[in-house]
Design a protein around this ligand. Structure first.
Ligand code: PLP
Length: 347
């Protein structure tokens, strides 16, 4: 039997979904790549500002239907910020207390947004400490640790139901090359790449899933070696993606190939994209787009035509004092000119 408050909470989330619109699929037709269309699924337009809006909705529904979230249950989450912003949005919708456990270097704009939605922030020094701190807080507060890194891949309805994969393939249906040659995505939890990869197989599409990975992340090594004990000492500098451990939601067997992306290339690409799109995007979008451009070059060199789809994960407005600040880049990333020069003529 369903508890009355749980019933009400599920209805609130469904009604919020009903009031929402889907995100745009932006087409870039670059003269440098004739016959090859690049697309960006613009996830920055969700009410809470990133692709994590979808995940937060799914995690709340999963927790409610599993009986883990009840009236007044404090919600605790380990996050690099974007998921916490989206979960704070849904916690406020349901009137639940919310605490985000995040590295202290998290973008101030994300912290402001979590607090705007009534959430609290609990800081740890680096991204490897967020898991244990979240478990401890949940125990102390008798709360529920959402644990996106474990549950992202299973809370998402990957077969369809307007999942991101379903939406992309529907929006591509009238394009010259409706079935993408490549889908390119970066991994934080790995949940989005798991959804995309499973959907491709479920529908029998001839699309390759390529996952791009920044520096200081173990996903690339894990993909090659399949050793789940692999760890990294430093945190990724590309907020939202790249992890110090092989997260349970990262499913290597649904991925066709991976491309390691230098941080300087990600930053040069997000700067370049501003000139192409006329607006600022976050660093993980730079990583995604760098990977997509490498694949477009390969296709062009082989004389192939087709489409490549990747994600615009969040807006650059969140990162004005880091990725859009030359001093921060010089101090934290180093010289990006090698990559900026490669991109300068690409139109
Ligand atoms: C800005 C941004 N880009 C990309 C990702 C990666 O998505 P996923 O967790 O589904 O792998 C995240 C995840 O936190 C993110 O915050």
């Amino acid at each position: 039997m369903t508890n009355a408050w749980v019933n009400h909470a599920i209805k609130e989330i469904d009604a919020d979904f009903q009031r929402s619109a889907d995100t745009h699929l932006i087409r870039l037709s670059l003269a440098d790549f004739p016959g090859i269309a690049l697309y960006l699924k613009d996830e920055s337009t969700h009410p809470s500002g990133s692709l994590k809006h979808r995940l937060a909705r799914s995690l709340f529904l999963y927790g409610l239907c599993n009986g883990w979230i009840r009236e007044n249950t404090p919600i605790i989450e380990a996050s690099s910020g974007s998921t916490a912003v989206s979960e704070a949005y849904f916690a406020r919708l349901l009137g639940l207390p919310f605490i985000a456990v995040m590295p202290s270097c998290t973008a101030p704009r994300k912290i402001q947004q979590i607090e705007f939605y009534g959430g609290r922030c609990h800081f740890v020094e680096n991204s490897g400490q967020i898991y244990a701190a979240s478990e401890q807080l949940a125990r102390e507060m008798n709360g529920h640790y959402m644990d996106q890194f474990t549950y992202a891949e299973r809370a998402t309805d990957w077969r369809g139901n307007n999942s991101i994969a379903d939406s992309i393939f529907r929006q591509m249906s009238l394009e010259p090359h409706p079935v993408p040659r490549y889908l390119v995505m970066s991994a934080g939890t790995g949940g989005t790449s798991a959804t995309l990869g499973r959907y491709i197989r479920y529908k029998g599409h001839q699309t390759e899933l390529v996952v791009v990975d920044p520096e200081n992340s173990v996903f690339y090594d894990y993909f090659l070696q399949r050793d789940p004990s692999v760890t990294a000492q430093c945190s990724s500098k590309i907020e939202g993606i790249g992890r110090p451990r092989a997260e349970p939601s990262f499913i290597p067997s649904v991925i066709d190939s991976m491309i390691p992306v230098p941080d300087a290339a990600s930053i040069a690409t997000l700067r370049w994209l501003e000139g192409i799109l006329g607006r600022k995007v976050g660093a993980s979008t730079g990583t995604n787009m760098w990977g997509a451009l490498q694949l477009a070059k390969q296709m062009r060199d082989k004389g192939e035509t087709g489409s490549i789809v990747t994600l615009l994960c969040d807006s650059g407005e969140r990162y004005l004092n880091t990725y859009f600040n030359d001093e921060w880049i010089a101090a934290n990333i180093g010289d990006i000119s090698h990559y900026s020069e490669q991109l300068a003529g690409v139109r």
